[in-house]
Design a protein around this ligand. Structure first.
Ligand code: UDP
Ligand code: UDP
Length: 471
């Protein structure tokens, strides 16, 4: 970089709602402006402002934001108040989707909010859900805007092609094994979340995705929390322009680096006393609640497997509403039978700390993309139980990359009751397969390499930093 043209950039980072979307933005903010005590490979002085969407829906988001700001005192924050949620739709819709919709409808106000910050931002990093409202106004102001995608390169591919997929899926010559999508191969209809095949006029989430994807050509670039080794075909097809010539440059810079230290957690002391790689960690992310009969069946499956476990239970989609007593849910016998080899928690745990612990030998996960990247980073074998949204496409990636196994017949959430025998068998398979251990470890090594000098993600991140400095 030529220091004579160096400027002092002001970066604004704009997440959307929900932990799944907030988490990668907090990580990106920390990567762009690490705490002064840590190594700053960028060698530039910059100001960074985190835009905080108000109101937040979950306690987890509120807590993560507060912790982040207290551990990153050099990062500024600015509150952006969204329009009211659409109460007419909130009764039948997932509360997070209703919240996404309010963020989406408010996005046209955000460009003005950003332009009034002092100093005015010289570059913006924003969530896909905000694209339709801000890309054009920011371009008119001469402020480059990068869009950060919080899901896999593969699901992103599906999102940008879904409009044409909806047109061809009814064709009589459309393949029953699935339509061939560049970078993804043939994708069975069963792996595509049903909402994505609905017409945008009939589905809130499809409308949000469709509208925002149409504005991507106005952005300076698309950032992916993925890396070349993990999704080689999707990443290279997106970058080649073969999928869509109008896409801006694509920057795969994953796995995103953790925010702060991974030392210490409320559940670590129990793990400290477990043998290496003996415990299966079970968690379905921040906003997925299984039905109670399925939770009980999972409990029986864990018990039957004979494997030690650390299980995070969620019984409601929004954490504030979770009042269920575990004893009532699982029965006292379960706790008696497993007390020597299991720990169940209902509170928020630091998942990254847990995945980094030597006692963890496997992860039963819904395949939310942050969880997948956190497992990939540490080479933790995964048993995929995708439940909704992008998760089946993410599970395909996990399987193909050698990070995990997936039992496709378990279906979408609530499609059928997955029995304890099936669950026990799959947990045992994941925890004992030497082949899987090796291939998952290889993924972990490649994830580390991606961030070493000359690593694929490190180089891409360097390009973004250079762009920021030269504007
Ligand atoms: N997470 C955590 N503790 C919990 C539940 C979730 O640290 O008790 C974190 C997890 O590590 C991940 C994020 O919350 O970074 C969940 O995002 P993901 O994309 O995996 O799933 P989502 O919650 O969006 O379904
Ligand atoms: N959904 C569901 N059960 C849940 C949470 C969400 O069936 O516990 C559905 C929801 O109704 C919507 C889709 O999953 O159709 C949202 O998935 P999305 O991919 O947006 O989740 P994200 O990736 O944002 O976490």
């Amino acid at each position: 970089m030529d220091s004579s043209v160096a400027i002092q950039p002001h970066i604004a980072v704009c997440p959307s709602a929900g932990i799944g979307h907030l988490t990668p933005f907090l990580r990106l903010a920390s990567m762009l402006s690490p705490p002064p005590s840590t190594d700053n490979s960028c060698n530039i002085t910059l100001t960074l402002t985190l835009i905080i969407i108000r109101p937040t829906l979950s306690s987890a988001e509120e807590n993560q934001i507060n912790t982040f700001l207290s551990t990153h005192p050099h990062i500024n924050s600015s509150h952006f108040h969204i329009l009211p949620v659409d109460n007419n739709s909130s009764k039948k819709q997932d509360p997070f989707v209703v919240h996404y919709d309010a963020v989406f409808r408010s996005s046209y106000l955000l460009a003005n909010h950003l332009s009034t910050l002092s100093p005015q931002p010289s570059v913006v990093f924003s969530d896909l859900m905000l694209a339709s409202g801000i890309t054009k106004p920011l371009a008119d102001l001469g402020i480059p805007n990068y869009t950060l995608i919080s899901t896999s390169a593969s699901f992103f591919t599906l999102m940008v092609t879904s409009a044409s997929l909806r047109t061809t899926s009814g064709d009589s010559d459309s393949d029953s094994d699935g339509d061939e999508i560049p970078g993804l191969g043939p994708i069975p209809m069963d792996d595509i979340p049903p909402f994505l095949m609905s017409e945008p006029d009939n589905n809130m989430l499809t409308r949000i995705i469709d509208t925002n994807c149409r504005h991507l050509h106005e952005t300076k670039g698309v950032l992916l929390n993925s890396f070349d080794f993990f999704e080689p075909e999707s990443v290279s097809t997106l970058q080649s322009g073969k999928l869509l010539a109008t896409l801006p440059p694509i920057f795969p810079i994953g796995p995103f680096i953790s925010v702060g230290s991974l030392k210490g957690s409320n559940n670590i002391s129990w793990l400290d006393n477990q043998p290496p790689k003996s415990v299966v960690f079970i968690s379905f992310g921040s906003r997925t609640a299984m039905a109670k009969d399925q939770i009980r069946e999972l409990g029986k499956g864990i018990e039957r497997s004979g494997i030690s476990f650390l299980w995070v239970i969620k019984t409601t989609v929004v954490d504030k509403e979770d009042k269920e007593e575990l004893n009532d849910l699982l029965g006292e016998a379960f706790f008696m039978n497993t007390k020597e080899r299991g720990l169940i928690v209902k509170e928020w745990v630091n998942q990254e700390v847990i995945l980094a612990h030597s006692a963890i030998g496997g992860f039963l996960s819904h395949c939310g993309w942050n969880s997948v990247m956190e497992a990939a980073q540490r080479g933790v074998p995964l048993l995929a139980w995708p439940l909704h949204g992008d998760q089946r496409v993410n599970a395909r990636v996990v399987e193909k990359a050698g990070l995990g196994v997936w039992e496709r017949s378990w279906g979408w959430i609530g499609e059928r009751l997955v029995k304890s025998e099936e669950i026990a068998l799959k947990i045992q398979e994941m925890m004992t397969s030497e082949k899987l251990k090796k291939s998952a470890a290889r993924v972990g090594e490649e994830a580390t390499k991606a961030w070493e000098i000359d690593g694929s993600s490190k180089k891409m991140f360097g390009k973004i930093i250079d762009n920021i400095c030269q504007k």
